[in-house]
Design a protein around this ligand. Structure first.
Ligand SMILES: NC(=O)c1ccc[n+]([C@@H]2O[C@H](COP(=O)([O-])OP(=O)(O)OC[C@H]3O[C@@H](n4cnc5c(N)ncnc54)[C@H](O)[C@@H]3O)[C@@H](O)[C@H]2O)c1
Length: 333
């Protein structure tokens, strides 16, 4: 297929990671323009050979640009999606899509009404052992799903400058929820369906982060079943996702952060079978997600993360943020 011509918007930590992967390894997506207002982006864009603009409008008026990849601070996602959709560009947005269910619905509806593909930076769905877990669950091989247990934590924000947007409680509320927790709520709603309510304990135990550095959320789903989710910002990298069903359970541990994947350790216990542990080699789920987006733009396969899942995920995030502040059980709207 002809590669989709796209603009990368935001050349910070994640925009650079995506650019390096796409430019060197994708045969489905190509970045022909970049947007970054900070002068620090100039050298990087020049090294990658990508023409740089300081304003999103420049690329939205370029008829060669078919899609935009948004790797910008959270507060910009809503307005940039609206502008890109108005210009008829397909959109891949880094997580979180929004901070409220209403904003998420608006973004999904804007893209749907214009037949634009909306991709999301939820690459964990593309990790080979996670894709296998999701497929087995969907095929009923794990039986009735009962519970999810997930912890996705790191401490790399502990040393950020105090004025970094990632420490702004308005843009990044509820400890690590918008950094890491949002990936495991995405997986949880895909497995368990929409959430009903949640109770959160959120504290600052190791820093002066206003939004807390240590969080656990206990989610109850509309269809029954629960999830325990812990995205903490004050412990070294740890990532474990486990799902339990009546026919079996699967536990996946990442050996490294997806920034530099190093493979997974998967432990599985199926009914009446011995427990098995497998080492799964490294892969590049960030690239696989972007390629799936491009494939959907070309109409060759639907993008696997549905608008319904995106809205269910942000509805749960909104309730987690409320409960992080109130300490009470909060209903998911
Ligand atoms: N999927 C993942 O695993 C993953 C990992 C890390 C970050 N992210 C997401 O990527 C996004 C960016 O995070 P980051 O860590 O790269 O942040 P960052 O601060 O390192 O980079 C953001 C960049 O956006 C630029 N920017 C600001 N305003 C802009 C504008 N109007 N137009 C274009 N660029 C603008 C900033 O100058 C900065 O260079 C966030 O949504 C974050 O949650 C996703």
């Amino acid at each position: 297929m002809e590669p989709v011509k796209a603009a990368i918007v935001g050349l910070g930590w994640w925009g650079r990671k995506m650019t390096q992967l796409v430019q060197s390894r994708s045969d489905r997506l190509q970045f022909i323009r970049a947007v970054e207002p900070d002068p620090a982006g100039r050298d990087f864009a020049a090294t990658e050979g990508i023409p740089l603009s300081t304003s999103l409008d420049d690329v939205l008026t370029d008829s060669d640009v078919e899609a935009v990849i948004l790797a910008t601070p959270h507060r910009l996602h809503g307005e940039q999606i609206a502008a890109a959709a108005a210009a008829g560009k397909h959109i891949f947005c880094e997580k979180p899509l929004a901070l409220t269910k209403a904003e998420a619905e608006k973004a999904v509806e804007l893209c749907r009404s214009k037949s634009l593909v909306l991709g999301m930076g939820h690459e964990r769905r593309f990790e080979p052992p996670m894709a296998d877990l999701l497929a087995k669950a969907a095929a009923g091989e794990l039986g009735r799903l009962l519970q999810v247990e997930a912890n996705f934590s790191h401490d790399r924000f502990m040393t950020l400058a105090k004025d970094n947007w990632r420490l702004d409680p308005e843009q990044a509320p509820a400890a690590g929820m918008t950094a890491t927790g949002i990936h495991v709520t995405d997986l949880s709603v895909q497995l368990m369906g929409p959430a009903k309510d949640v109770r959160v304990i959120c504290e600052s135990l190791a820093s002066d982060m206003v939004q807390g550095d240590t969080l656990s959320a206990h989610v109850h789903f509309v269809g029954g079943g629960s999830a325990y989710i812990a995205p903490t910002l004050a412990t070294p990298f740890y990532s474990r996702f486990a799902v339990f069903g009546t026919e079996g359970w699967i536990d996946i541990r990442d050996k490294a952060h997806v920034e530099a994947p190093d493979g997974w350790i998967v432990t599985r216990g199926m009914k009446d079978m011995p427990i098995e542990t497998t080492d799964v080699p490294a892969a590049e789920p960030v690239l696989d997600n972007l390629n799936a987006f491009a494939t959907a733009v070309r109409g060759e396969a639907p993008y696997p993360i549905t608008g319904e899942d995106m809205v269910n995920n942000i509805a749960l995030l909104e309730a987690i943020v409320l409960s992080a502040k109130s300490g009470m059980v909060e209903t998911v709207k």
